[in-house]
Design a protein around this ligand. Sequence first.
Ligand SMILES: [Zn+2]
Length: 443
Amino acid sequence: MPDGRHHHSRRGQRMDHFDPSELTQAFEQLMRTKRFNRLQEQSRSRSRTQSPAPMSPSPYNTPPHPSRAPPPPPTAAQSPTPSTPQPSSRSPLWGLPIVPAPPQDSASLKFRNLLHVLSVTPTKYENPGLLDEALALIPLDRLYSEAEEESQIFQAQAASVRGKAEWGYQDCVIRALLRWFKRSFFQFVNNPPCNRCFMPTIAQGMTPPTPDETARGATRVELYRCSEPTCGAPERFPRYSDVWQLLQTRRGRVGEWANCFSMFCRALGGRVRWVWNSEDYVWTEVYSEHQRRWVHVDACEDAWDQPRLYAEGWGRKMSYCVAFSIEGATDVTRRYVRSPAKHGAPRNRAPEEVLVWVIQEIRKKRRDNLGKTDLKRLTKEDDREERELRAYTTSALAAELNNILPRHSSSRLDEQKRQEAETEFLTTRRAGQSGPDRSSDGQ
Ligand SMILES: [Zn+2]
């Protein structure tokens, strides 16, 4: 790894042929200097009893400029005495190596337990009876012929530019499933209509599940009352997490959508991940053999491969996005939060070292029964994905650098234009959609 001198020797050069690692280092150096200057200013103006900025549990909470907040330096100037839970100074978002460490404080243990509980969700799909029942509900002929047609279009498009088709047949099958699921199968429910007169209902809060609802997998039940004064009938909305039950009810919010749709992908033979976001949202990832990577799919939004939808499209701030599959778990936050400075929420549930440790623990548990060949394949896949995720960080850093260093005015403008166009696309896209339900628990 070169030292800071390379940074200076490159200063006058164009950005076109940058070396990612050098760029990262240059950026870190820049941020370190900035932070150092800021600290000096603070220590001059503040009394020594007050904590300096790095003591804040959230490095993202105290940006010098809210509009374009640079990230904190990953290692420099961190106080050694933070309170628990201890947010790590090393974030995987910045691509630095992390040495896994077991959870020790109670917050870390709690986070570990939560991740283990969540990790069970996709294992429930591995039930031949369930998958058969799901398959029987899918209009297979229709989806396969739609997929055939679409994949031929992709091939024709590719042939016209002598390139590779963007998506393969299997991807097109999932795309057809996505359309059918959203348009014909599953229903989005905010307030369920009255059972008796079909008029809208008004939320009354939560109510305990009946033994029957409990038996069918509902741990929470929302209570509503018919808005029609002459009726006024109560309406229960049990939140089922059991996929069998969802095949019957076919309605819900984001949680039910993502759970049921992920299972359907599995039924069609896809490799699937159920992605949990700590800010109360969930979605699906499907493995594309054609592109050799995990593809973001949001059934609620009819969104295919739009990982930037949440952060850049909706302006959501996210701290953790963890993908669970029958083969383990992966921290996929970097795929969804390209700019932690702008869209990252504080990752303070446990030190980063603990998160890595827990993810390894879940992987080990899920892969326990696999043979050597499969294990090797999965490890290779993990490495490839890690490179993919790291590349997102690198290009985000490049964009930040372009914005900070004034001499690249033309390329900065281009990048700005491109980002604006993309954000506009995502935002427009959002306008006509149902969106996550923020009025109550979205899951
Ligand atoms: Zn009614």
